[in-house]
Design a protein around this ligand. Structure first.
Ligand code: NDP
Length: 321
């Protein structure tokens, strides 16, 4: 037996029950992993709430780090005791979980277990956003929202390392300080940010907006772009964006919009290795600071969700079994 979080139906954070369940058994191509820490991500809240459909009863969590304790058939390359992490797991809010071996990332020396749980999903997201959704080049001006969030703090650092000028939005002074420490050139509140961005860019607008906030920022994000700029809408922390008229892209200056999701940017072993190696290397050599803003005991998963959805967290949120 083991402890795990179980939601018996979709709903608010209160549906997340600390339960005792059977330990999973690794099938062919799978590793049984003793979880060191599970990453909490916004997608977990969409799944818990029923916005993204999942089968119930449901144990959330697609991200974790830990140690391999049992090998399924055909998992050469790993051994009992290997340190691994994943951004593409399932049922990670638990004492043990199974990883598909082809989606398990070896954790390098120099990356501790908590950092290894904090980095895969948000780190590889920041990586694909700036390399593949829109290729940021030195000299680009970028607007990214929620600059003190999990993705936000990583994105700011990767953008600065690329040589971009970074404008970000945050909701509090404490978050402003974190965004500045990560390297943001300009930090704005959300009210009237499109006008402020115009002011900061001599009326031109930015090359690209990375928007994980969604409903509340979408329209002003489009208004912040330069002619032929790109909106990368990658999340909906404030709620899903309503239907919009594509003509808005024309009147805004022949704008482009894309709505990416991480699994389409981890299409094969080579892509997974490229992204994970670069972000783990940056964490190990200290060029990427991974802020773990909060670490909760597994039993307090409901509080972790409440705080994440209530904008009370910064950086990464972890659950520790
Ligand atoms: P964050 O740590 O960034 O938390 C969300 C932040 O959004 C909050 O802290 C808050 O920052 C801001 N926010 C603005 N309005 C609201 C609101 N109404 N309710 C809640 N938060 C709000 O979360 P993550 O880093 O985990 O994720 C950020 C976004 O990226 C999410 O939308 C997520 O779904 C998305 N994502 C998308 C992926 C993809 O592949 N498409 C992969 C990973 C994440 P502030 O208070 O400063 O405004």
């Amino acid at each position: 037996m083991m402890h795990a979080i179980l939601a018996r139906r979709p709903g608010g954070p209160e549906v997340l029950e600390f339960s005792e369940v059977d330990r999973p058994v690794p099938g062919p191509g799978q590793l049984l992993v003793k979880v060191a820490a599970a990453g909490v991500n916004f997608i977990d809240t969409y799944q818990r709430g029923g916005i993204y459909k999942v089968p119930f009863p449901f144990t959330p969590g697609s991200e974790a780090s830990g140690t391999v304790v049992e090998l399924g058939d055909g998992t050469g390359g790993f051994s009992v005791g290997s340190r691994v992490a994943t951004a593409e797991g399932s049922h990670c809010y638990a004492g043990y979980t199974v990883f598909d071996a082809d989606k398990a990332l070896p954790v390098p020396d120099g990356v501790d277990d908590l950092t290894a749980a904090a980095l895969p999903l948000q780190g590889m997201t920041a990586h694909y956003l700036i390399n593949s959704s829109f290729r940021v080049e030195p000299g680009h001006t970028v607007l990214t929202h929620a600059g003190a969030g999990g993705v936000g703090l990583l994105l700011i650092q990767l953008l600065k390392a690329r040589g971009a000028r970074v404008i970000t939005t945050v909701s509090t002074h404490g978050k402003e300080a974190l965004a500045r420490a990560a390297g943001a050139d300009e930090v704005l509140g959300y009210d009237g940010f499109a006008d402020a961005v115009r002011g900061l860019t001599g009326g031109t607008g930015v090359d690209v907006v990375y928007d994980g906030v969604g409903k509340d920022t979408f329209d002003d994000s489009l208004s912040s772009l330069r002619t032929r700029g790109t909106l990368v809408l990658f999340g909906a922390a404030s709620g899903p964006v309503p239907l919009f008229d594509p003509q808005r892209l024309n009147s805004g200056g022949s704008l482009s919009i894309t709505r990416p999701t991480i699994r389409h940017f981890l299409l094969n072993a080579q892509e997974r290795r490229w992204r994970s190696t670069e972000i783990f290397r940056a964490a190990a050599d200290g060029s990427l600071n991974v802020r773990i803003g909060a670490s909760y005991p597994l039993a307090e998963a409901a509080r972790a969700h409440t705080d994440l959805e209530g904008r009370l967290t910064t950086g990464k949120v972890l659950l520790v079994p």
